[in-house]
Design a protein around this ligand. Structure first.
Ligand code: SF4
Ligand code: MSK
Length: 647
């Protein structure tokens, strides 16, 4: 990619240019070094599942059309797809399991630095899981809730409990197609088993299990992760923060938390406020004390709960270090690049891995143990302070924008309806009267193959301009934040008239930040409650909504996309980032056939303007089907007629 056009964000581009001057390589350079990338891999038609291989299918029909075992392109592509969905599911769900373990330890008094911050959510979840609450302590209730949740991962019989949150017709559809997930771990293990050599060799059967596995993520592990985190750390409420590299401070000890699980980062935030450590930082020469900022989804978790600023998204991880002012980066799990090690060695930053699931050669490991989590966090903060004196050249961009984040199913209802009448009614009414045409979810990562932040933010602008309310998560949220789309005072200027009127009345931006990757499940719950509120059909597939992920990198994005599709949504994905095009049959099912089964489907489009048009067409189609696009004659009622109205 042209070095001058790697990022649509000026701050990132400035640091990329500085790295070039410093003779430092970054993600984009490593991508250039990989070109041309393997054409078989791009199409998903290579297989190395057994040692008779590796095998590959000739996409032009001149060479082999089957592998050594006889597997054809459809089987190979479907197996690769299933394995990717299973890997994505395992990542979200293992995150959920870790939270469940800390949750149980907290209930048992074995994790004294944690507590249950959202009691009302604890009681609501207990009720949902049929845990008795009357006359019991919070700890006892939480212990039972945590135990039920942990059981969801490995139980030997029964189905996932959280699917009950979906509208009844959706649950029945899953039952009819036999995809209701059982235990989360079981679906992942079965995915690996089915896709090993000589087991499932029917692409439709493999794809059906991909659906079951993805549902175990969206309506299982990831959903439980968000719920338990809300209870442990407090449910997010809308609040202001700042986004972009400019949140780092020259005169502060800068600590970056990076990854996904907020278990340690919550403690680092607490440790950073410790007056003794703040004093120590000032004494070390950092007049502004300690500044904590986030990268990737840990950042989304902290901004939505504590107003902790976000330094950037996935592709900013190396750039943040290259500013020269990051004194320490604490790494947990997922989306952490090994390339950080070389960049950190050049720019003084100290890296620490903190979970036993993730070890990186050349990085010091400080394991986070829940029994003394705050002590571990303080130890890390001290190491950051000690490293402040080692800074050399500083190249810190000034760019940053205000962002309002912290939107959840509950907080959106609260904002719309007020404390005592929290309700989706105003949203449903405004969708029905057409001021808001529908809802779009923009999710996903940042990928060096695509101009950094460009597609997420262009798509968001195109959609709000067309009066579509946008919900966003993950690195897409951070991209939107950097371009002021999460700041109501600026973003409303780009919104269409109807959407602007509603957002101004409520006091929100037209793009709502809904958290991290695991928090995508909040949208499923919100959609289910919008259906329950009435007037917009009986099932999620009837809602005027669509999702898009135009910059993805991880297998998690496929798991998320597949559970959205299986929940009835259109999901638009960038074509060049969807490495399964080598089987016409697999693709035909994913973009057509699956709609007959579940009412949702994939669509491939890389251009954000065309993607917006595609999503709007889908939304208008749903509105037509609901009959809410029909002009209804306005009737002025007399008092007598009003009295006769049955209400
Ligand atoms: Fe080749 Fe079949 Fe083995 Fe895959 S499973 S590597 S296609 S022989
Ligand atoms: S961090 S999964 S790059 S959104 Fe969740 Fe960002 Fe994608 Fe990682």
């Amino acid at each position: 990619m042209d070095k001058k056009k790697r990022s649509s964000d000026k701050a990132a581009q400035d640091v990329i240019d500085q790295m070039t001057r410093d003779n430092q390589t970054n993600t984009w350079d490593r991508l250039d070094a990989q070109e041309p990338q393997c054409g078989f891999g791009k199409l998903g038609i290579c297989c190395r599942i057994c040692t008779m291989g590796p095998c590959r299918i000739d996409p032009y029909g001149n060479g082999p059309q089957v592998g050594v075992c006889g597997a054809d392109a459809d089987t190979i592509v479907a197996r690769n797809y299933l394995r990717a969905v299973a890997a994505g599911t395992s990542a979200h769900s293992d995150h959920g399991r870790t939270v469940a373990e800390v949750f149980i330890a907290t209930a048992k008094g074995l994790a004294p630095d944690y507590s249950f911050k959202d009691r009302s959510k604890l009681l609501r979840l207990a009720e949902e899981l049929e845990v008795k609450t009357e006359g019991r302590s919070d700890a006892d209730i939480a212990l039972d809730v945590g135990t039920v949740v942990l059981n969801e991962f490995g139980k030997s019989t029964g189905k996932q409990l959280m699917v009950k949150r979906a509208p009844k017709p959706r649950q029945q559809l899953w039952e009819k197609h036999d995809v209701t997930p059982r235990a989360i771990d079981r679906e992942v293990v079965e995915a690996l088993h089915r896709s090993t050599m000589g087991v499932d060799q029917d692409y439709l059967s493999l794809l059906k299990h991909a659906t079951r596995t993805a549902l175990a993520d969206g309506w299982g592990g990831a959903m439980l992760a968000s719920d338990l985190q809300d209870i442990l750390f407090g449910s997010p409420m809308p609040g202001k923060g700042e986004v972009n590299l400019g949140v780092l401070k020259k005169d502060a000890v800068n600590i970056i938390v990076h990854g996904h699980e907020p278990i340690l980062s919550e403690m680092i935030v607490e440790a950073a406020y410790d007056p003794e450590l703040q004093k120590k930082a000032v004494k070390a020469g950092a007049a502004a004390g300690i500044n904590v900022a986030g990268v990737c989804c840990t950042a989304n978790e902290l901004l939505s709960r504590h107003g902790i600023s976000i330094a950037g998204n996935f592709l900013c991880q190396e750039l943040a270090i290259a500013t020269g002012v990051v004194d320490m980066m604490a790494l947990d799990v997922q989306c952490v690049m090994q390339g950080l090690v070389d960049v950190a060695a050049c720019y003084h930053t100290k890296l620490f891995t903190t979970t036993d699931k993730s070890s990186i050669p050349g990085v010091e490991h400080v394991p986070m143990e829940e029994a003394h989590a705050l002590d571990t966090a303080k130890k890390l903060v001290e190491k950051a302070i000690d490293n402040f004196a080692n800074r050399s050249a500083v190249n810190l961009p000034e760019e940053k924008e205000t962002a309002v984040t912290g939107f959840t199913n509950d907080s959106i209802k609260y904002i719309l309806g007020g404390k005592f009448r929290a309700s989706y009614r105003p949203l449903n009414d405004n969708i029905m009267n057409g001021k808001i045409r529908g809802i779009a979810a923009i999710v996903g990562c940042s990928n060096p193959k695509v101009e950094f932040d460009f597609t997420h933010t262009t798509l968001a602008r195109e959609l709000i301009k067309r009066n579509v309310l946008v919900l966003t998560t993950g690195c897409a949220t951070i991209a939107c934040g950097k371009q002021a789309l999460l700041d109501p005072s600026k973003a409303l200027a780009w919104a269409g008239e109807g959407l602007r009127e509603v957002c101004e009345a409520v006091g929100i931006a037209p793009v709502l930040a809904c958290g991290s990757c695991v928090d995508n499940t909040r949208m499923l719950v919100a959609g289910s409650e919008i259906v329950a509120e009435g007037g917009l059909g009986q099932d999620l597939s009837e809602l005027p909504l669509a999702g898009a992920c135009l910059e993805s990198i991880t297998e998690k994005a496929l798991a998320i996309g597949q559970y959205f599709v299986a929940s009835g949504a259109l999901v638009v994905f960038a074509k060049e980032l969807f490495p399964y095009l080598g089987s016409e049959k697999v693709m035909d099912y994913l973009v057509n056939g699956i709609e007959k089964d579940f009412g949702g489907k994939w669509a491939l489009e890389s251009d954000p303007v065309k993607a917006a048009e595609m999503m709007l067409e889908h939304i208008e189609g749903k509105r037509d089907a609901l009959g809410i696009n029909e002009e209804t004659e306005r009737k002025l009622y007399s008092m007598e007629e009003r009295r006769d109205l049955a209400v």
